[in-house]
Design a protein around this ligand. Structure first.
Ligand code: FO1
Length: 307
């Protein structure tokens, strides 16, 4: 069975790791959001791609979910001494990823090719593809005006109230050819427990993706439990956009193409409403903080889809 996981950052990486433990590497492809990407002191940083890659390579920082375990901060300290901005914390080893990625991109390689080189060097056998080779940048429209995603997320700590989202570069962007091929061949597409607006939203906004998903078996895992996001600002964003922050609201975002929806036991009471949308619910434990839980959830989803 060929599985494609659509992923954002930490939640996406955790779900991808569960499937990476459950199936042979050639059966799994992870398509990753690049709307969070930005230029940092002249370097191309792709936080979600790196979070997925470091997690599958077994070198992710377990405390933050992003960055590299045991990384040091010498370069960042030095940048600060020069008066450079240091609110986005790049560790010394992580820095090498951005240096080498930028170097390869400047040589003319596509982001997909660069990503394949990096993950293979880290002995990651699972294919990880950026959603697009063209830059797409999430802009968060807030009550204080438009903010580039990392400015909103890291520098402002998600404080400004959200009014909506836009994607710069979307007009000229398309699904990367590798991601497109994987989706076309997929027997099962799993939408990871990632933020539906800023992690999965950019992937779905690319031309043709929603149409492709309508022809496939698609299940999504809720990033919300009991009205609270597993990680990050998803629940806060939903509330500010006038949507009740709940797993049901997430299912609604995907309803036009969704076949199944995985929600937590704490939200079991929402299952009938999911079913009423014509979507099969699976109620289980969706907290996947450790590798064993990630594998267990992936296996449960596979058994459920097969049944
Ligand atoms: N998130 C933070 O909250 N603070 C940081 O300083 C930070 C640095 C960082 C460096 C590299 C990287 O790959 C990710 C980093 N992140 C940081 C996480 C990142 O902003 C978010 O995980 C995603 O963009 C949201 O999915």
């Amino acid at each position: 069975m060929r599985i494609v996981v659509l992923a954002g950052g930490v939640g996406g990486a955790r779900m991808a790791e569960g499937f990476a433990r459950a199936v042979p590497p050639q059966d799994l492809t992870v398509i990753v959001n690049t709307g969070d990407d930005f230029e940092w002191h002249g370097l191309v940083v792709c936080p979600d791609l790196d979070t997925v890659m470091y997690t599958l390579a077994g070198i992710a920082n377990p405390e933050t979910g992003w960055g590299i375990r045991g990384d040091t901060w010498g370069a960042l300290e030095m940048l600060g001494r020069y008066g450079g901005e240091t609110w986005f914390r790049v560790g010394d080893r992580d820095l090498a990823t951005h240096v080498y990625r930028t170097f390869l991109l400047r040589q003319g390689l596509r982001l997909s090719e660069v990503t394949a080189r990096l993950r293979r060097a880290l002995r990651v056998e699972v294919a990880i593809w950026p959603m697009s080779d063209e830059p797409v940048r999430t802009i968060v429209d807030t009550e204080e005006g438009p903010l580039p995603f990392q400015d909103y997320f890291v520098r402002r700590g998600c404080q400004p109230r959200v009014r909506g989202f836009r994607w710069e570069g979307l007009e000229g962007a398309r699904l990367s050819p590798e991601a497109q091929a994987a989706l076309e061949k997929a027997d099962l597409v799993v939408i990871a427990p990632s933020n539906p607006y800023v992690s999965i939203g950019p992937i779905l906004a690319l031309p043709g993706v929603r149409e492709l998903l309508q022809d496939r078996t698609v299940v999504a895992v809720s990033p919300i439990i009991g009205g609270q996001a597993l990680k990050g600002p998803a629940a806060k964003m939903m509330a500010e956009l006038g949507e009740a922050p709940s797993a049901l609201g997430v299912a609604r975002c995907y309803r036009s193409f969704l076949d199944g929806f995985v929600l937590d036991r704490a939200d079991a009471a929402l299952a009938p409403a999911v079913e009423a949308m014509g979507i099969r619910p699976l109620v289980t434990d969706i907290r996947i903080l450790d590798p064993a839980a990630r594998l267990r959830l992936a296996e449960e989803i596979l058994q459920w889809v097969a049944s």
